[in-house]
Design a protein. Structure first.
Length: 67
């Protein structure tokens, strides 16, 4: 009986946390700014590909912005 009561409390706490939680989304501000897909710089979030590494190294600017 005691085990059933503690299991019920744990289940109740989990349900309450699921009900009260809010959704979280990434903010693709660079993709929006440059009208590009996230995969332009990322292989699998948060890992960067060669374009992403160059973009970060250039201070989050595209090479053509230096002209």
């Amino acid at each position: 009986m005691r085990k059933l009561k503690s299991d019920g409390l744990i289940l109740g706490a989990l349900l309450i946390s699921l009900i009260l939680s809010q959704s979280a989304e990434a903010l693709p501000m660079w993709a929006r700014k440059y009208n590009a897909d996230c995969t332009m710089c990322h292989t699998m979030y948060p890992q960067l590909n060669s374009t992403g590494h160059r973009f970060r190294r250039l201070g989050y600017r595209m090479p053509d912005e230096f002209n």
